[in-house]
Ligand binder design. Structure first.
Ligand SMILES: Cc1cc2nc3c(=O)[nH]c(=O)nc-3n(C[C@H](O)[C@H](O)[C@H](O)COP(=O)(O)OP(=O)(O)OC[C@H]3O[C@@H](n4cnc5c(N)ncnc54)[C@H](O)[C@@H]3O)c2cc1C
Length: 360
């Protein structure tokens, strides 16, 4: 197969890139190893309302599970409430919608296909179709790596050791019943010494909630399950959630900040580019923004026969570099000192971006 642009990964980043390319009339192939796009969901599903600048949620009411108005930060000693207008998504619907829009606009979607190798010298990717184990080979003019937090390719196409020199939040999440009959109008983030270098969350989904914890590795050597169990016990004892647990997912959030964004005709976007926020772990909106932008620059590069990926890099850096490096510095400065409830309470306002003190 031959294409102008091949995209590895049909999450929000890759799908937004494919959609943007198709809207500009550029032939593209969007490849994902998943059978069902967006499933299984490995996400707490909170997005701020500014998502509507990029994806009009009014067009997909079923992608929004509920709205939230506040964010509560619980330090164990105090609960701080701030405005936190956002949506709790149904991620599989949201991701599926962007992919469907791309396909409708002309994208060739290749599902259940695992890309195993990039041959950058020959502008070629190879992989296996999962259903029948048949090899697949795609030649491209431009390659977009949107393979998420577990991306295992570097910009020369080499398979890399994911964890080398990089930090990740290792996260695990369950779904539980919310016991308050009227549900919750806020997301709640918990800072506890038994969730080191991370936090616990309760993000409401109607009668249910996504309940999880994330801790940074390799910095902390603590089993995720013991941290999660402590957390579930604490919030159960408070009467917030019931004892039933529905399903469990885990995932990674890169917290080392921006990666190199391109080399030659290969570029990264979304989590693969290191665009998740190093403190909050939020990455959906930045995946959509970066995918959109990259699609635009690749389309223009193909139309003008001039590689414009340096401009992509400059634009991404102008939007994300300062906020991401500020957050990275705050991670290293404050988390090591947040060892007990007193210290957590003292430092939280300088660590977490919903406080004014964060920006001082
Ligand atoms: C537990 C958890 C909770 C989170 N909660 C939030 C939240 O509440 N709000 C928020 O904004 N962000 C959250 N995030 C982060 C958010 O999920 C990511 O930032 C977002 O999914 C990034 O989108 P992406 O398209 O870059 O990557 P992904 O969504 O990970 O998509 C990558 C795609 O690439 C495919 N792929 C990977 N490798 C290959 C390959 N070799 N061949 C073929 N296909 C491949 C995968 O199957 C996947 O579909 C959370 C993350 C985790 C782990």
């Amino acid at each position: 197969m031959r294409t102008a642009a091949a995209i590895i990964g049909a999450g929000p980043a890759g799908a937004s890139c494919a959609y943007s390319l198709s809207l500009k009339g550029i032939e593209n192939v969007l490849i994902d190893k998943r059978k069902i796009i967006g499933f299984p969901v490995q996400c707490a599903e909170l997005v701020s309302r500014n998502i509507n600048q990029f994806v009009n949620l009014a067009e997909i009411p079923s992608a929004v599970n509920q709205k939230v108005s506040f964010m509560d930060i619980d330090t164990g000693k105090n609960i701080y409430r701030s405005e936190g207008k956002g949506y709790i998504l149904n991620r599989e619907v949201f991701d599926g919608y962007i992919v469907k829009s791309a396909v409708k606009a002309g994208t060739n979607l290749v599902k259940q296909t695992n890309i195993l190798k990039i041959n950058a010298d020959e502008n070629k990717i190879t992989g296996l179709r999962i259903a029948d184990n048949k090899p697949i080979e795609i030649n491209y003019d431009y390659l977009i790596i949107a393979a998420g937090p577990k991306n295992s390719f570097d910009l020369r196409g080499n398979f890399k050791q994911r964890l080398k020199n990089k930090s990740y939040i290792f996260a695990t999440q369950v779904r539980a019943d919310i016991l308050k009959e009227e549900g919750l109008d806020s997301t709640i983030c918990y800072f506890r010494s038994y969730i080191p270098y991370g936090y616990g969350w309760v993000f409401p989904k109607g009668r249910f909630a996504n309940v999880g914890i994330g801790i940074e590795k390799p910095r902390v050597d603590m089993p995720l399950s013991s941290s999660l169990n402590n957390f579930l016990n604490e919030i159960r004892n408070k009467g917030l959630i019931g004892s039933n647990i529905y399903g469990k997912t885990s995932g990674l959030v890169p917290v080392s900040g921006l990666n190199d964004l391109y080399s030659g005709n290969i570029a990264l976007c979304g989590d693969a580019a290191g665009l998740t926020h190093p403190i909050t772990g939020a990455g959906i909106v930045s995946a959509v923004i970066s995918g959109n932008l990259l699609g635009g620059y690749v389309a223009e590069s193909l139309k003008t026969s001039k590689n414009l990926l340096e401009e992509y890099k400059e634009e991404i850096e102008s939007i994300f570099k300062t906020p991401l490096s500020t957050a990275s510095k705050k991670r290293s400065e404050f988390y090591p000192r947040m060892t007990d409830a007193d210290n957590i309470d003292k430092l939280i306002k300088r660590l977490w971006p919903s406080f004014e003190e964060y920006y001082e």
